[in-house]
Design a protein around this ligand. Structure first.
Ligand code: HEC
Ligand SMILES: [Cu+2]
Length: 373
C-alpha cells in the first residue's frame, strides 16, 4: 500500500516536472503594461516575500524547538503559564507587519479606484456570452465575440496560438490615454479582466461599476470573463488592442463610417430614436450651440452625462422623460445641483468627470431639465 502510494506520488511529481519543463516556465503575474500594473506587481511580490519570510521564521523556530527539546535527549517539559513579554511581542510584531502591508495596499487600491478625468470612456456590457462595447463620445458600438473556431474547441483542428483568447471585434484604445471603463451586465454577473493592464472588475446587472487603465505601449492584451457566468463562461474573452493616437483616430473614423454614425458623434447616441425631441435640438446645437438653451450645458451633458441619462443606464432618469423628471425637479434646483455635483446613489459625483467645474455641471443640469419639461 505504502509502496503503491509512493509510486503514484513519484509519477505525479515527475509528470508535473515534465509539464513545467516543457511549458513556459512562468510562476508570476503577466508582464504589466500600465504604471499602476507595475505597482500591483511589485506589491504582490513584496507581500509574497513577507509571507515567505514569516513562514521560514515561524516554521524554523518550531522545527528547531521540536528537534532541540526532543524526548530522546532527555528533555523535560517546562511548566509555565502566561508570559506577558512574549504575549506583547507576538501581538505587536504582527500588528506592525499588517500595518506595513496595509499602507501600500490601500494606496494602490485607491489609485485603482480613481477613475476621474478620463480621456476616453467606454461602456462595457457583459452578456451570456459576449461583450458589448460602446464608445460614448465617439458614438461607436459593437459586440465582441469569441473567434476561435468550433473545430479547435472540439479537437478536430489543431489549437491556434490564441486559443479561446481571440475575438471578432477587438476593443481599440489609444496608447498613453486614460481609458475609463463603465461596466454593467445585461443578464448575470460577469467580470472584465485584462491581466496585463491590471484591470479586473465585476459587471453587475443594474449597477454601473467603473475602472480604468492607461496603457504604456501599443500591443494586443488578452483577458477573459472572470466571473462564472454560465455554460460558455470560458468562451467570452476580452481583447484590447492598444494603438497610437493616429491609428486610433483612423479606426474611429472608419468605425463611424461603417456604422453610419456621423462626426457629430458627441451630440447624438444610438438611443436617439427613443427620445424623439432630443436629436433635432442637438443636431442644430452641434453646429451653432448658441441656439440651444445652454450651449455649453448641452456639450457637457453629451460628454459626461449622456452615457447614463440618454439610455437610462443603471436607473438614471432619461433625458426627455417628463414623468421621471417632474418629481425630481420638484426637489428644487439647488438640491439637483447638489446631487449632480456631489453624487446621489448610483449617480457618481459630476457624472464621474471630476475635471468639470461646478458651473459646467450646473449648466448640464439646466440642459437636462430644459429637455425634460
Ligand atoms: C454613471 C451614470 C451616470 C452619469 C454619468 C450621470 N448620471 Fe445623473 N444620475 C444617474 C442615476 C442612476 C440617477 C438616479 C439616482 C437616484 O435617483 O437614485 C441620476 C440622477 C441625476 C439627477 C437627479 C438627482 C435627484 O436628486 O433626483 C440629476 C440632476 C443628474 N443625475 C444630473 C447629471 C449630470 C448633470 C450629469 C453629468 C455631469 C450626470 N447626471 C451624469 C446616473 C448618472
Ligand atoms: Cu461572463
Amino acid at each position: 500500500m505504502i509502496r503503491r502510494t509512493a509510486h503514484t506520488l513519484l509519477v505525479m511529481v515527475l509528470s508535473c516536472w515534465a509539464g513545467l519543463a516543457f511549458g513556459e516556465m512562468r510562476f508570476n503575474l503577466q508582464d504589466q503594461k500600465t504604471a499602476l500594473g507595475h505597482t500591483v506587481y511589485d506589491l504582490h511580490n513584496a507581500i509574497v516575500l513577507i509571507c515567505l519570510i514569516i513562514f521560514i521564521v515561524v516554521f524554523g523556530a518550531m522545527l528547531y524547538a521540536i528537534w532541540k527539546h526532543r524526548k530522546s535527549v532527555g528533555h523535560q517539559a517546562a511548566h509555565f503559564h502566561e508570559n506577558t513579554t512574549v504575549e506583547v511581542i507576538w501581538t505587536v510584531i504582527p500588528f506592525l507587519i499588517l500595518l506595513g502591508m496595509a499602507y501600500p495596499a490601500t494606496k494602490t487600491l485607491l489609485a485603482q479606484r480613481d477613475t476621474s478625468s478620463p480621456d476616453l470612456t467606454i461602456k462595457v456590457t457583459g452578456y451570456q456570452w459576449k461583450w458589448q462595447y460602446e464608445y460614448l463620445q465617439e458614438n461607436i458600438s459593437f459586440f465582441s465575440m469569441l473567434a476561435t473556431p468550433r473545430a479547435q474547441i472540439e479537437n478536430i483542428e489543431e489549437k491556434g496560438e490564441n486559443y479561446l483568447l481571440e475575438v471578432d471585434n477587438e476593443v481599440v484604445v489609444p496608447v498613453g490615454k486614460k481609458v475609463r471603463i463603465l461596466l454593467t451586465a445585461g443578464d448575470v454577473l460577469h467580470a472584465w479582466y485584462v491581466p496585463a493592464l491590471a484591470v479586473k472588475q465585476d459587471a453587475i446587472p443594474g449597477f454601473v461599476r467603473d475602472t480604468w487603465f492607461r496603457a504604456e505601449e501599443p500591443g494586443v492584451y488578452r483577458g477573459q470573463c472572470a466571473e462564472l457566468c454560465g455554460k460558455e463562461h470560458g468562451y467570452m474573452p476580452v481583447v484590447v488592442r492598444v494603438v497610437t493616437a493616429q491609428e486610433y483616430d483612423e479606426w474611429v473614423a472608419q468605425q463611424q463610417a461603417e456604422q453610419g454614425t456621423a462626426a457629430a458623434a458627441t451630440a447624438t447616441t444610438d438611443a436617439a430614436p427613443e427620445t424623439p425631441q432630443a436629436p433635432a435640438a442637438e443636431d442644430a446645437g452641434a453646429a451653432a450651440p448658441a441656439a440651444a438653451a445652454g450651449g455649453d450645458g448641452a456639450e457637457v451633458y453629451a460628454q459626461s452625462c449622456g452615457m447614463c441619462h440618454e439610455t437610462g443606464l443603471a436607473g438614471a432618469p432619461k433625458i426627455g422623460d417628463k414623468a421621471a423628471w417632474a418629481p425630481r425637479s420638484a426637489k428644487g434646483l439647488d438640491v439637483l445641483y447638489g446631487h449632480a455635483i456631489g453624487g446621489f446613489n448610483m449617480m457618481p459625483p459630476k457624472g464621474g468627470n471630476l475635471a468639470l467645474s461646478d458651473a459646467q455641471v450646473k449648466a448640464a443640469v439646466d440642459h437636462l431639465l430644459a429637455q425634460s419639461r
